[in-house]
Design a protein. Structure first.
Length: 300
């Protein structure tokens, strides 16, 4: 042990002596290691640094006249051989629905951004920063998805545009009500941004009916469509509760029955505001039409 410590001590003393004799490291004495940097080869100088400039002998590669990307030497290229398929047809007209999970909805309720004691539609969801709707980019609303169905525990009356079956079952299991409704792009823009619309002083437009390919969806009580027969919705609620094995609460005996039973007219955009009304925010007044032609138009 003494010999080992002696050897170690000698190496240590030599290292300390070397550090004392070496100059201090500074910008003045910093330089790369020997052989780390090599002189760059000069191109295009003939015998003084390369004859072909690294391009090789003749041809398109040397002369810089390579064909465009995708050229296959004259034969029919790949992108012309493969035919066009029908799944791209009408891609610019496809409707998009932003997903809204039950987990995100419960998060908004827990933070107090959304009031579960009031009916919920796109106005409340957009103002709470829960979803972002852009009608000019073919957004037609939100789709309620079942992510977070095991932690969702709120009793709500919500209106969305699409909903999965498990999401509907989760909302109704907690004693809530869900409705799927269609909004045309103009009505959707007014619903998502009500304050700028009211400041323009224009009457509230009436909502358009869904297109032909969506009529079946919104008239089906299994989807809780807003155009479905109200007498068939309770039966659809019972069938869904039997399928997923839960006891369906009776909302008629609930203290929030008035809120849970609130629904919009198929032509109505806002809760409590009829088409044709003008909202004056500065004076906090609502102007209603009195002309018979206007009343007939907005009520049709």
């Amino acid at each position: 042990m003494a010999a080992a410590s002696g050897v170690g001590g000698g190496n240590r003393s030599k290292a300390l002596e070397l550090l004392r004799t070496l100059p201090r490291v500074s910008l003045a004495n910093l330089r790369p290691n020997d052989g780390a940097r090599q002189r760059e080869k000069r191109r295009g100088r003939g015998m003084h640094g390369g004859r072909k400039s690294g391009r090789g002998h003749k041809g398109q590669r040397q002369r810089g006249t390579r064909p465009r990307l995708g050229f296959e030497g004259g034969q029919t290229p790949f992108y012309l051989v493969i035919p066009k398929y029908g799944y791209n047809e009408g891609h610019s007209l496809r409707r998009q629905y932003q997903p809204l999970s039950l987990k995100r909805l419960q998060y908004l309720i827990d933070l107090g951004r959304v009031d579960p004691t009031q009916p919920l539609d796109l106005t409340q969801l957009v103002n709470a920063r829960g979803v972002t709707i852009q009608p000019h980019k073919r957004d037609y609303g939100v789709q309620l998805v079942e992510e977070g169905a095991d932690i969702f525990a709120a009793k709500i009356n919500i209106e969305v545009q699409m909903a999965s079956e498990l999401a509907i079952a989760t909302v109704e299991k907690n004693g809530g009500v869900i409705t799927t409704a269609f909004y045309d792009p103009r009505s959707l823009d007014v619903l998502c941004k009500p304050v700028p619309f009211f400041l323009r002083g224009q009457p509230i437009p009436k909502r358009m009916l869904p297109p032909e390919d969506l009529v079946r969806y919104y008239t089906d009580p299994m989807n809780r469509g807003y155009l479905a027969d109200p007498s068939k919705v309770p039966e659809a609620r019972r069938e869904l509760s039997k399928k997923y094995g839960y006891v369906l609460p009776d909302i008629r005996k609930d203290e929030l029955f008035q809120m849970l039973s609130a629904r919009k007219d198929p032509r109505q955009i806002f809760f409590g505001l009829a088409p044709g009304w003008v909202v004056n925010l500065s004076e906090k007044k609502i102007l209603k039409p009195t002309d018979e032609k206007l009343l007939k138009y907005y009520s049709s």
